[in-house]
Write a protein that binds this ligand. Structure first.
Ligand SMILES: NC(=O)c1ccc[n+]([C@@H]2O[C@H](COP(=O)([O-])OP(=O)(O)OC[C@H]3O[C@@H](n4cnc5c(N)ncnc54)[C@H](OP(=O)(O)O)[C@@H]3O)[C@@H](O)[C@H]2O)c1
Length: 252
């Protein structure tokens, strides 16, 4: 009789233990899923305020970067500081290295970059942060704004799977406000290629921000500087609310 009751308690104990183990395993699932996310080789063309901040965030998230400028020796200290997942090189080396490319240069450099590295960039996912300014970039900036920056950038970087990203967050915020809690900052995205948008969304998250897909490249006009979506730092929910207003609903 006593033997039966201790067997029953043992069975209860093991059942409880199994439940606890299953619950712990379940609670660990999101972290495991996150760790299982793809890690990319990212070539960064233009490692200034924006490119430099993103290089830091992405290395921290486990990606490999090749940071570049036309004076790559000046980037060696940053590469050393970022550690074994970072190296410095030329823009062409960055274009060849990356499965994903970040182009973050003064807009006037876009035609030359698209032309000189066309072979290395062909078919790749490219994130473009550039903003055309007439004062800095000359008349080509006026033309680009007339077309819409998404359309203009795709013409300059023909043959790439382009996504407009990180163009309307100030560099200081990008560097210092990653993973802001509780109001993560939203980054609007526009692109014509669904898979490229998936990659861009992951890289926005890995940088510590919330991606919001606004629409195809033509819809990038919605978050050019001076437009409502670029006027302040919204959360993803706030940005979605603006996008869903009938008077502002984009061509999604
Ligand atoms: N700063 C902001 O708050 C901010 C925010 C959002 C978007 N943006 C836009 O994002 C882009 C980058 O801004 P940023 O502030 O990071 O600029 P930045 O600090 O001046 O850096 C630009 C980088 O581009 C490189 N570069 C220039 N011409 C190049 C070329 N022909 N080929 C390869 N690399 C070239 C420069 O390096 P080398 O001269 O050594 O080659 C430099 O490191 C701009 O279009 C800007 O309008 C800026």
């Amino acid at each position: 009789m006593q033997l039966n009751s201790s067997r029953a308690s043992l069975a209860h104990f093991f059942t409880a233990l199994l439940i606890v183990i299953s619950l712990v395993a379940l609670s660990m699932q999101p972290a495991q899923a996150q760790n299982a996310q793809q890690k990319y080789k990212i070539g960064i063309i233009g490692t200034g305020k924006i490119g430099g901040a993103l290089a830091r965030h992405w290395v921290k998230a486990g990606h490999e970067v090749l940071i570049s400028s036309r004076h790559s020796e000046q980037l060696q200290d940053l590469a050393n500081e970022l550690g074994p997942r970072a190296k410095a090189g030329t823009p062409r080396e960055a274009a060849a290295f990356g499965e994903v490319i970040l182009v973050s240069v003064p807009y006037a450099a876009m035609p030359q970059i698209g032309k000189d590295y066309a072979a290395e960039l062909a078919g790749k996912v490219v994130l473009d942060t550039g903003n055309p300014f007439e004062g800095r970039d000359g008349p080509m900036a006026v033309e680009a704004l007339k077309k819409g920056t998404g359309i203009a950038s795709q013409e300059f970087l023909a043959g790439t799977r382009l996504v407009r990203a990180f163009n309307c967050i100030p560099a200081a915020s990008l560097a210092n406000d990653a993973n802001r809690a509780p109001r993560r900052i939203a980054i609007p995205l526009a692109g014509d290629d669904a898979q490229a948008l998936e990659v861009a969304q992951q890289l926005v998250q890995d940088a510590g921000f919330s991606p919001v897909v606004v629409g195809p490249l033509a819809a990038a006009v919605r978050f050019e500087l001076g437009k409502e979506l670029a006027s302040k730092q919204y959360t993803a929910m706030e940005m979605e609310a603006i996008l869903s207003r009938p008077e502002t609903a984009p061509a999604r």
